[in-house]
Design a binder for this molecule. Structure first.
Ligand SMILES: CC(C)(COP(=O)(O)OP(=O)(O)OC[C@H]1O[C@@H](n2cnc3c(N)ncnc32)[C@H](O)[C@@H]1OP(=O)(O)O)[C@@H](O)C(=O)NCCC(=O)NCCS
Length: 188
């Protein structure tokens, strides 16, 4: 399971990843029936694919609901921020802080019992910052087809020990001005 370690208001440190990197659906042994072949004249269009790597997977709980009974958008944003922070810290080889969130779009509601999966895709790396595209897909009640519910762009800045922006690693090399990277040698 994923464990997030968020230092509120300052930065993320990296944590372990998720064993299942490809798909947020449940293990296949939970699906008991084989899908029958479709008639050739009724082939449906290919479903939209999730973008990026699976960075986190969690369960939407009753405590996360708004008064209408749907899951709070703020809770979903927190899941996205934590998942993106893990990916960003891994790329930065150390401490990062969220500096901006743009293009946040809530496409579908999330319900209690949905399995909530965050996917992250690296968009760009600049001198001290990087941007990730983040998508949230759910399995309603942990079953069936995945549905995309939210997407956004998250920007992160690499930070030194004093919380100042420092260089992103290039080609896996630890930058001289970013000593926190040197403290995280176990991160690939
Ligand atoms: C992150 C922080 C240290 C950056 O400080 P700053 O004085 O803005 O630093 P800079 O102006 O040198 O910008 C650093 C990088 O961030 C980028 N950046 C700054 N504001 C940005 C924004 N709104 N959107 C995208 N990138 C932004 C800059 O382009 C620069 O990237 P580059 O070096 O790759 O070109 C500071 O803004 C901060 O501490 N913010 C609070 C972070 C926080 O608490 N996050 C929530 C919890 S993790």
């Amino acid at each position: 399971m994923l464990r997030c370690n968020i230092k509120c208001g300052t930065a993320f440190t990296h944590r372990e990843g998720v064993a299942d990197q490809g798909d947020c659906r449940m293990p296949t042994h939970a699906l008991s029936t084989a899908t029958p072949p479709l008639p050739t004249a009724a082939v449906p269009p290919a479903p939209e694919a999730s973008r990026g790597e699976l960075a986190s997977r969690t369960l939407a709980m009753p405590a996360d609901t708004n008064p209408a009974g749907d899951i709070f958008g703020g809770w979903i944003m927190a899941q996205m921020d934590a998942a993106a922070g893990i990916t960003a810290a891994r790329r930065a080889l150390g401490r990062v802080a969220t500096v901006a969130v743009t293009d946040m779009a809530f496409l579908r509601p999330v319900k209690v019992g949905d399995v909530v999966c965050c996917y992250t895709d690296l968009v760009r790396v600049r001198r001290t910052s990087l941007t990730l595209h983040v998508e949230v897909w759910v399995l309603h009640q942990g079953q069936g087809e995945r549905v995309k519910v939210t997407s956004a762009e998250f920007a992160f800045v690499a930070l030194d020990e004093d919380g100042r922006p420092c260089s992103m690693p290039r080609d896996g090399t630890v930058p001289e001005d970013c000593p926190t990277a040197a403290l995280q040698p176990e991160v690939a």
